[in-house]
Write a protein that binds this ligand. Sequence first.
Ligand code: SF4
Length: 450
Amino acid sequence: MALTGMDIYKLLPKKNCKECGFPTCLAFAMKLAQGGVEAEKCPYMSEDAKTRLSEATAPPMRTVKFGAGDRCYSLGGETVLFRHEKTFVNRTRFAVAFSDTMSDEEIQSKIEHMNTVDYIRISEEMYVEIAAVECKSGNKDTFLSLIKRVKDGCKKAVPMIITSDPEIAKAAVEECKELGPILFGANEQNYEAMVNLAKQYNLLLGVTAPDQEKLYELVQKIQNLGYRELLLSTESTSLKQVFDDVVNIRRTALVSQDRTFGYPTVVFANKLAKEKMMQLAIATLFVEKYGSVIVLDDIDYSLALPLFALRQNIYTDPQRPMKVEQGLYKIGSADENAPLLVTVDFALTYFIVSGEVERSKVPAWVLIPDAGGYSVLTAWAAGKLSGKTIAKAVKDFTVEEKLKTREIIIPGKVAVLKADIEDELPGWKVVVGPEEAALLPKFLRDYTDK
Ligand code: SF4
């Protein structure tokens, strides 16, 4: 349970020396209890007090990591039940399921699908982060050859090794340890051996039990062994029960502040439904409530586009506008004579506009001024998109040196800016573009044909 200000005060040296920046130890304790200052600010605290405080003031849900190098991912660390209260911090990661009883063709097809679904949406690269490889055959060599194949074939995914056999698990970890795999399969029977293995290789350990109660007891035993890099799952097989499990685990951690359940969860959507669109529906449910890893049978764009877009929306900080970098963007093979458009730095607007310019097949430049991360009309109404901001962007990004054109196409919705921009940019002509981005392809073709 969280410590109160008075609990913390009892652990302090009570010198009232002010070196922490607070007038008294009591004032420091009260601020620490609110999470407004770090315990390290007091240089006189004993090591024991520091340990107790860092445990007590740590977030109730642990942030855990898996992967290696540029494929390193965080899970958990959430502080609120509902995204609108603050923000969710560590996004859901998606996995595709493999097993060593699948045919060669099926394995190859899944690998190809995983490599194909890889695209950028609003500055974020979207792909499947995990290959969930399960040992069903019970044969170590068969399983190792699957891991090798997945490791060599999947360009970006980190393996999640699924087995409850510690000996097979050890061999599998050895096969792909450089990728920082997840080890999934600690249960009531094998947890000591699996914890030792996870400790030895510093791995995220997946823990599973038949129901919430048994999972809670098992996590307590694992914590008593000193291991806290955990990912939780029950063996429930109905959607209703899995939903109840996942929500209760999160509520126990965040509402009851009980760190026994303060870990992320994995949901096997592939085991809750066979039909692809039903798996998609289940996965969308757990992106919102509270699956940190969601395992699917397979992936293609009909699953990836809605799932990744939903994830991006849910895990975007609602208090921060989604912005793209200001600058001069080249679309297609634009040269110094290509047309120049201007729009705002609100990410969604930029990607819609640049997508339509690409669709027009007319090479062009898109200038992005500092418009506060707002949409076109909001930026204009807030004074963020004006003759001055556009002229400043023309200057900052040396447009006059890079391009021969002295015409700039503005969004039709802010046609009112035409005179303002021409005042700020002597020698330039402002062309009013369409009001809707969808009309840009025709507009650009007509513009270049004139
Ligand atoms: Fe008290 Fe430590 Fe702050 Fe000094 S630095 S006032 S001992 S809390």
